[in-house]
Design a protein around this ligand. Structure first.
Ligand code: KG4
Ligand code: ZN
Length: 393
């Protein structure tokens, strides 16, 4: 099954085309025909965070050109022998679907007139969670492609995409396969908007067992980075400095709290930790490079202590055989080390961490999650897709 994945939940415009075959009871094989991303990170860095309307404008401008590149790379872009005439009726329908995306109207009309419908079976589009104005751009594109190409659209959850990214295994021939999972699994989802522990009893079967009561872990990294005068996005910056401090074996002058580490549940809280960093650096006259390194290490250690302890507790409580870590923060080296360390002789565990290139938002994960949905729950797709900022798994 050929699937076109569309992802615009935050500040990456991402499009991927896959050719997926097989079933989870046997082997799911994914041939990547194209996997492209346009990152807006430099644009938003100037403002220290993502501006939803600016993100939307960029997605709207970039989506159709990126789609053409992607179809071309997948060798699915075929010019019509002569341009197709556009009836007023079709034009009106296109304009109606793209009412909020004026920048996409002309490129979509061109696409319709000049190119034959590509040999694609499904479109998987992220409809949440994320920034709603941004989510709408890919949803509107999916709807207009459904109109002009007659392809079914699968609404896809971004966080399910992150989980799928973590269980992709690369084969010798560069294609990917979905790893065999020993269930139950504990999933630790950590991103700019999420910190969740999930009990996964089977493919696509989730129960949230704990979550953050305030800031998400990625958000805490970004906010602490800003306090330390580090550029956006702050996660990778803090991580870099913390790694240097570890190597240099620095004496750390700070002690930050490990919020909720002893609470008898699987919830998290990171806003107090951020405030502790704020108070600590307020007492200091100038934030020197040394202070930045020390604060980064102590902050990262505090976060990792809590994530490691809660994940371990969840594994023991639910007798889990597997840990899956997903989301942008799973790029963090220390978190990867700590979670990998939970696999021991006494408690042998399967550990899944995403390949570094799959830690960031991408559309390959959306296309693959869409494939799993279409083979495991084919009759459940909603006809009318609405951007849902706080969509749950
Ligand atoms: O999943 P993602 O790309 O976007 C959301 O869906 O939120 O996650 C982005 C988050 C940002 O907060 C970023 O600072 C954080 O992931 N991040 C990291 C690292 N790389 C990215 N946090 C800590 N260490 C890293 N190496
Ligand atoms: Zn994400």
């Amino acid at each position: 099954m050929r699937i076109l994945g569309l992802e615009t939940s935050c500040d990456e415009t991402a499009i991927s085309i896959i050719d997926a075959t097989g079933d989870v009871s046997d082997t799911v094989t994914i041939k990547v025909m194209s996997n492209l991303i346009i990152s807006q990170v430099k644009l938003h860095a100037k403002y220290g965070g993502v501006f939803p309307m600016l993100a939307k404008r960029e997605h709207s401008k970039n989506l159709v050109p990126l789609l053409i590149l992607s179809l071309n790379e997948a060798k699915l872009l075929e010019k019509r022998p002569s341009p197709l005439g556009l009836t007023k009726q079709v034009e009106n329908k296109i304009r109606k679907i793209l009412l909020k995306e004026p920048a996409m109207v002309e490129p979509v009309i061109e696409l319709y007139k000049l190119y034959s419908p590509p040999k694609i079976d499904r479109i998987a589009v992220t409809y949440g969670p994320g920034l709603e104005p941004a989510l709408w751009t890919a949803i509107n594109l999916a709807n207009v492609l459904k109109l002009i190409w007659g392809i079914t659209v699968i609404p896809t959850n971004h966080m399910e995409g992150h989980i799928v990214s973590s269980i992709l295994k690369r084969r010798a021939d560069e294609s990917l396969e979905i790893s065999k999972i020993n269930f139950p699994a504990i999933v630790l989802l950590i991103s700019g908007g999420h910190t969740e522990l999930i009990l996964m009893s089977d493919f696509l079967k989730y129960k949230i067992i704990g979550q953050t009561r305030d800031d998400a872990v990625g958000e805490a990294f970004d906010k602490v980075a800003r306090l330390l005068g580090l550029p956006y996005p702050g996660g990778p910056e803090i991580s870099k400095l913390a790694e240097i401090s570890r190597k240099e074996k620095l004496d750390i002058r700070f002690t930050f709290p490990r919020p909720m580490i002893a609470s008898k549940d699987f919830d998290f809280s990171f806003s107090g930790l951020k405030t502790a960093v704020l108070y600590a650096i307020k007492k200091i006259n100038s934030i020197t490079p040394l202070i930045k390194k020390e604060a980064s290490l102590e902050f990262e250690n505090a976060v990792c202590d809590v994530l490691e302890k809660k994940t371990k507790d969840a594994v023991l409580f639910f007798n889990a055989k597997t840990i899956i870590v997903g989301g942008g923060v799973s790029a963090n080296t220390e978190i990867r080390r700590r979670i990998s360390g939970l696999n021991s002789e006494e408690t042998p565990l399967q550990i899944f961490l995403p390949e570094m290139m799959f830690t960031t938002d991408n559309a390959l994960m959306i296309a693959t999650a869409g494939y799993l949905r279409s083979i495991l729950s084919p009759s459940k797709f909603k006809k009318k897709i609405t951007a849902t900022g706080n969509l749950k798994l």
